[in-house]
Write a protein that binds this ligand. Structure first.
Ligand code: BGC
Length: 757
């Protein structure tokens, strides 16, 4: 055989073989994109199937027991897209099996739940988490919540709540990150990263939901569900900022809100859902209504009946309807009558299916039972304790009474929240349980020894008026070296539909504190509440005040460690603290007025001479009986050590509009303990196209310093961050003069100035 023959025949063989293999094995296709998968699936769906994909059904939050047959049947018929509040893994898998095996198109369900500040391991309330100013710990908390919830089959949470809350009367301030758009945006991003993880399709990632879109926190008078009137500039510059941050962080879903915004209910608000969310922000995720908020547009007086409610909601851009079923009942006829286009419905269904593909539900519809404990693990509890301890804000500490030193042997633990496991969990904790919760009383007994703690609640619950328990409390106090009083609000006094007109300590807590102060023993007041509490009656009767929010499962040990000085408090207020309820709404980033008060113009109202002339009191913007200052400013919080600020340097005092502000200051720990300081950067534009806030937070850095240690802290902020919406609604940074502060809170700081050219 000569070589050429061999080569030729091998070539022929190879060619034949490759032709053979080419025809026998189908060519490899590029994997379909999610959009192509949606196209294919959409082509097979009937109108009823499509409408089914817009429906969320389920039970109310705490219903236990067997799955309702009606729900199973609806799933089997493809009439349900998402299920809310089924959390048992067996029931989740059973419903999913029906959807995937028995429904006409085998489309998986998404199981959803309000996992707001933890699932089984409850973290401090969101307002408390914001008080940590610690994005890393907030992200870690959301990751833990996602791990715990997804182990039960939950793949979608209705969090974070991103409503800016400028009014502490509003009960849902507890669920918010407070009043500031910058801080809330940092928290928004941390929550999205934590809940959704790096890959939304991983089985322990859960879709997050930016709620409530939008303006809900501006409910007039702080009364929940009330109308919100927000001029467009303010809406864009303040209220929408955290939502935009969540969108930019890749949040999977948005939820509409209950309120009307400037007269248009959010669930029928095209401007919010189409103009802003879809057209300007290019959001391609899914929008769900709030619970019944579509049908409630009838009660609002925005829709005549449930058919018109469905029409307005779907045309505005609500993709999925939670709880009410106007879509199910009316979309077919609305499409037939041309009031809703098929294209509009298709868009909604595509948004729903996209979420299901992104979550990987088509590939992995079922939840695997965890092989090791998934909830309340030691690591999860430790993270909850760290977050709660970091959220504690030391508001007052006369004579450094805290931390309680070794000279304090016997402590009287008093107050309605010292041993109230349910209440310390706070609002929106469907799955956290009292039995898993460590109260301050338990923790303090462990810490100081049972014999050194005497306990008398004095009041059985926060609203109690009876003084029957006072005598025991006073007796316990007299035999102690110090009193720690756990007061505040039960969890039921904040949260949805739980607004308060009076922000004082409820019940007879003020009276009990006054009696305790008469014993002459030092009094430490620890407040557990979902909002700031006005303290004007008792502030001078107590030596120290610690704001502990509703601190969650591990609140007890977290507080004990701070009281004992093992943890140096580092929380800072995410909300301005009022002296009196009548100051609300109250927020630091207000505008100036033409007659600002410059010194505290407070005059005891009774001391005004009868017949005095108006002008003798000064014509400035203040309250006769409360002045103009808050009790504590935004950003405020003390430490067991002290920090000084020096050497402010504005590195470039003339900045181009597209340049950056660079400014630094030196921070020193001048006390005797290691401590963490939150260094805050504020800016004010002196003159604008619209009047500008007296200060706006534009950055912050948390630094930990040993005693005697100093650190230069530098901020570099793009001038674009100083832009705002002008009268013509254009977003622009103005040339002109600005002030800048680096300081401890919104009322202090080293002041400098710069210009934008
Ligand atoms: C609340 C939402 C919540 C929904 C589902 C509504 O009442 O406003 O924040 O996610 O219920 O429970």
């Amino acid at each position: 055989m000569n070589h050429s023959y061999f080569l030729r025949s091998s070539l022929v063989f190879c060619l034949c073989f490759s032709v053979y293999s080419f025809t026998a094995v189908p060519p490899k296709h590029k994997p379909k994109t999610i959009e192509q998968k949606i196209d294919s699936l959409m082509a097979t769906l009937s109108l009823d199937d499509k409408i089914g994909q817009t429906a969320q059904r389920g039970t109310s939050s705490r219903v236990k027991g067997p799955l309702a047959e009606a729900l199973k049947t609806a799933v089997r018929n493809g009439r349900v897209s998402s299920v809310i509040n089924v959390v048992d893994i067996d029931k989740v898998n059973e419903l999913q099996r029906i959807a995937v095996k028995e429904s006409p198109h085998h489309i998986p369900l998404i199981f959803s739940r309000d996992v707001i500040h933890g699932f089984k391991t409850i973290f401090t309330i969101p307002l408390g988490q914001a008080a940590t100013w610690d994005a890393e710990s907030v992200e870690a908390g959301a990751r833990i919540a996602a791990n715990e919830a997804s182990a039960s089959g939950i793949r979608w949470t209705f969090a974070p709540m991103l409503d800016i809350a400028r009014d502490a009367r509003w009960g849902r301030i507890a669920e918010s990150a407070g009043e500031d758009p910058y801080l809330a945006s940092v928290m928004a991003k941390a929550c999205v990263n934590g809940f959704q993880g790096k890959d939304l399709s991983s089985p322990n990632s859960i879709a997050a939901c930016a709620k409530h879109f939008a303006g809900y926190g501006a409910a007039e008078g702080g009364r929940d569900y009330n109308t919100a009137n927000i001029p467009e500039q303010l809406l864009r510059d303040i209220y929408l900022k955290p939502f935009k941050a969540a969108k930019d962080a890749g949040i999977a879903t948005f939820m509409t809100s209950f309120n009307d915004l400037n007269g248009v209910p959010a669930s029928g608000n095209r401007f919010l859902l189409k103009t802003i969310l879809r057209n300007e922000w290019k959001f391609d995720g899914m929008v769900v209504s709030d619970w019944n908020s579509v049908s409630e547009m009838i009660t609002h007086g925005f829709a005549t009946d449930s058919s018109q409610a469905a029409e307005k909601a779907v045309n505005a851009g609500v993709d999925m309807e939670m709880a009410s079923n106007t879509y199910e009942h009316h979309l077919k006829e609305l499409i037939r009558d041309g009031k809703v286009t098929l294209a509009q419905l298709n868009q909604a269904v595509r948004n729903v299916l996209r979420l299901k593909y992104r979550l990987g539900l088509f590939d992995h519809p079922y939840t695997q039972a965890p092989t090791s404990p998934a909830v309340l693990t030691a690591a999860n509890l430790a993270a909850a304790k760290k977050s709660a301890a970091g959220s504690l804000v030391l508001l007052k500490n006369s004579n450094n009474i805290l931390p309680l030193t070794s000279a304090v042997h016997k402590i009287a633990v008093i107050g309605p929240l010292a041993d109230a496991p349910h209440d310390q969990l706070g609002t929106w904790t469907f799955d956290g349980e009292s039995k898993d919760t460590q109260t301050p009383l338990n923790a303090m007994r462990q810490y100081w020894g049972k014999d050194n703690i005497s306990y008398a609640a004095g009041l059985a619950y926060s609203r109690q008026h009876s003084h029957a328990g006072f005598a025991d409390a006073i007796a316990a106090a007299k035999n102690a070296d110090a009193i720690v009083f756990f007061g505040g609000e039960e969890s039921i006094l904040s949260g949805e539909a739980h607004s308060r007109a009076d922000l004082g300590l409820p019940g007879s807590q003020d009276s009990l504190l006054m009696e305790l102060s008469k014993t002459g023993k030092p009094v430490v007041l620890v407040i557990m509440a979902g909002r700031p509490i006005t303290l004007s009656h008792v502030l001078d009767k107590v030596d120290a005040v610690v704001m502990a929010w509703h601190p969650g499962t591990m609140g007890g040990p977290a507080i004990a460690e701070v009281l004992a000085g093992e943890v140096n408090p580092s929380g800072r207020l995410p909300v301005t603290w009022p002296k009196t309820s009548g100051q609300e709404p109250l927020y630091y980033n207000h505008t100036n007025t033409g007659r600002p008060a410059t010194k505290e113009a407070y005059v005891a109202i009774d001391s005004i001479p009868v017949g005095a002339w108006q002008s003798s009191l000064g014509n400035t913007s203040h309250y006769l009986d409360a002045g103009y200052l808050p009790q504590y400013p935004f950003g405020y919080g003390l430490s067991y050590t002290s920090f000084t600020y020096d050497d402010l340097q504005v590195k470039n005092s003339a900045i181009p509009v597209n340049g950056r502000l660079r400014v630094s200051a030196q921070i020193a720990n001048t006390g005797k303990r290691k401590g963490t300081e939150t260094v805050q950067l504020y800016v004010q534009q002196l003159t604008g196209d619209l009047v500008r806030p007296v200060r706006e937070l534009k950055g912050f850095k948390r630094i930990t310093l040993e005693p005697g240690q100093k650190q230069m802290v530098e901020f570099s902020i793009p001038a674009a961050e100083l832009a705002y919406h002008h009268q013509n609604l254009q977003l622009a940074t103005d040339p002109g003069k600005y002030k800048v502060w680096i300081g401890k809170n919104a009322a202090e700081g080293l002041e400098g100035s710069f210009v934008i050219k």
